[in-house]
Design a protein around this ligand. Sequence first.
Ligand code: ADP
Ligand code: ASP
Ligand code: MG
Length: 456
Amino acid sequence: MIVMKFGGTSVESAVAIERVANIVKARLDRHPIVVVSAMGKTTNKLQALAQAAIAGDRDQYIRQLHDLRDFHSREARQVVPLDQRAELDRVLDEQFQEMTELVKGLAVLGELTPRSIDAISSYGERLSSYVVSLAFEHYGVPCVHVDSRKVIVTDGRHTQAAPIFDETYKRLMATVAPLAANKVVVMGGFIGSTEAGVTSTLGRGGSDFTASIVGAGVHAEEIQIWTDVDGMLTADPTVMPGGHRVKIISFAEAAELAYFGAKVLHPATVIPAVERNIPVLILNSRRPDVPGTRIVAEAIKGVNPVKSIACKKKITLVNIQSTRMFMAHGFLRRIFEIFDRYETPVDMISTSEVSVSLTIDNTAQLDRIVEEISAFSDVTTEPDQAIVCLVGENIRYTPGVAARAFSSLGTINIRMISQGASLLNIGFVIAEKDLRDAVAALHTEFFRDLDPEVFE
Ligand code: ADP
Ligand code: ASP
Ligand code: MG
């Protein structure tokens, strides 16, 4: 059994869905379980229409609902057999009717809770998985649709729920694994439900995570993440196009890259895969013959110290200076307790005797955090920063990586430096305006000579 996850761009249109059907059809002997994202940018659109609703902009949200229905209907009709079109229309009518009622309810309340964001966001994957399952039948892929909310059980932290693994694995083993023996199971990614049956989501980009949860739950032999790039590249193509494909990488490296911004993989994806030691592949649905990136427990070491450069934009740097002369006992604890209480994750930290600098990307609660810390310290914040992170297991065995990074960055002002305890990464905080130049300079420095075993 294998799990094949297709992201938003891989199911964005009738043409894309036909491509997916052919990719799956060519692998039927491996008993695929297919996990799909919402079609194209549907999740963004659903969240935008919920915003329009609470802003009281009725014309806007009604129009957005119509557009979304037209989009799904137009693309789906082309991949659904003629005799199923009436059924397709019936289901679309039913789903959009439900959505309209939900959105009208939001408009009346004028308030969007995490729970209602999940309710509205879930329609993207509910619709796409239904459409893809009809398309599979049309293209001769025998399949069965499973509502992910019946098998992926999560806690109640809506919009970023965590799976309850024991129960989820139990359900996957009891329902999905036997179905996959005879047919291709099609499920929506990203969505689940709480133990009380309330719809939840695993956080943006969470379909990758669904794929690995399903893979671990059914003891799949492989988890394939099909997307719109050839694999993990040596640099984020949106910042620096033209990076090289990394052929093989370790779970630890991939997790670090994902955490520091490589959007190609949701950061939690490797967790279930590591636990059951299931290889994860990143593949391109537009170029299915490219071998992609293989993520495994032990990667080939190779000669290059760095495997890839990750980056994260829209970072805020927070500088905290103790107003006492020396760092009083409990200073750090007090600071982190505040970030924790406001559920604001800290990405990078560096400390000196009387000061702490740290970075965050979620600034929703920043004003309140600053207010509380100001009671015992001086605090300044700097928006528009970026993190650039070199990742590679060889960094720890290679002296001089930091020195090479520094000299290649030349005159770019480095605001903060951090080397992870894992010795797997070296991160820098710089102004976002310098990001392109910084990534290009680091890329030239570390990928001038490529080990052909690891890169292409
Ligand atoms: P999907 O919809 O298939 O989940 P995503 O947009 O979430 O796709 O992830 C794929 C995107 O990740 C790529 O189009 C690319 O822009 C981005 N990305 C960022 N860093 C990297 C990297 N190091 N290697 C490959 N892609 C990356
Ligand atoms: N559709 C969801 C999102 O856009 C989940 C995913 O694509 O992985 O965030
Ligand atoms: Mg994604």
